[in-house]
Design a protein around this ligand. Sequence first.
Ligand code: NAD
Length: 435
Amino acid sequence: MSVTPPPVSSPTVAEVPKMGAYEIATGNFNRAADLIGLSDEWRTLIRTPFREMKVEVPLHREDGTMTVFQGYRIQHNGSRGPFKGGIRFSPLADEQEVKALAETMTYKTALVNIPFGGGKGGVNCDPRTLTEHELEHVTRRYVSRIHLILGPNRDVPAPDMGTNAQTMAWIVDQYGRQHGYNPAVVTGKPLELGGSPGRAQATGRGVMLTGLAAAKDHLGKDPNELRVAVQGFGNVGMNAALLFAEAGCTVVAVSDVSGGYHNPDGLDLDAVVRYKNREGGDGTLAGYDNGGVEYVSHADFMGVDCDMLVPAAIESAIHDENVDSVKAKLVVEGANLPVTPEADQILQDRGVLVIPDILANAGGVIVSYFEWSQNFQQYRWKEEDINARLEDIILTAYRDVIAEKARHDGASMRDAAFALAIARVQKAEKLRGAL
Ligand code: NAD
């Protein structure tokens, strides 16, 4: 009997311009390296990834077709501890993007001074086009190909764009089949499988804490005087928006892949969340028009009138074509690499303070560190202790960056943050005897 092979299709690629994540990461590194006078040898040593793995991830679709995705796990630097960083499911994930994000994690863990290095993973699938069963299959296939380089003391993934606690549960299970059950191999798990209280809100909480600290220092404003706009209504954006509102801010606009939703008097965020989670909906805000809300296109979103702008969705969200429209005096980077170097310079020249990603969105990896610690201890901490420790660590890092900025005349918060982080990585490499 002859069997007809299923047709092979390429992965769906979203119609979005390719983002220069690696160029952004290079710009960030070079400016800070100049600031601290890092030699060329050290630049090469620190920037070169420790290990890059690229794997095929085949999927037999439920409709009988077959797709072969590309999967990556890049371990950038492990001098300060196990590699740490999320796994992203996105049609735009490629080697350059994952490499840039892995490197960003190295500096993030160093800046907030937790005992990890930096890594990142990605599969170039579009989770919105896959069924739950297909997503599980993709996750298991991917892990079965990279499991040898993972481990609680080796490389500890976490959720990122397009992945969530359920994905992490499949990873624990798949890893456990080969190595025995060990929840510390991944963070961002469901509570029932060793996840940590407070992890889901942690990145948004860090954005809120650093954003409010900077608003007080830079704008002299209390929360109830702040109008906030948030791009992205996923894990980071939604939780940040809710926490800003809880702190007393007026959230005037939010957006997601479907566009932006604006109300100058403040959005009813409970209604927005209910709409996002509505029965039969697609999980986006498409069509949301609750009283007084006007639709804003992606192109116009960065120009919404507000005091604080929080890009919490994608890379290169603020670039040379939309930067002039930015009205906010404070930009808090919820997403990774959301401002291009050219736009960053323009914002700095205009006196707009930018709180860089490696500081603003480090709350997730900080609580991942708590989750990992709890897994080793086999003891669950209370959520209020977790939130208090998160606040302590992230605000200490915020103050460290302010102090470093003061040491380098005219340096931006980003340059100061990267300078501090790179110096810590260099110190660890030296202590280990790298050169
Ligand atoms: P997510 O998948 O939960 O949410 C992404 C959101 O962005 C969705 O609401 C989506 O609709 C929206 N979006 C996509 N394209 C958009 C566009 N063009 N314009 C506006 N909105 C758009 O992802 P997430 O976990 O919230 O991650 C968002 C960003 O934050 C990523 O850069 C990620 O690397 C970074 N980050 C996430 C964490 C974490 O703990 N989840 C931690 C640190 C950094």
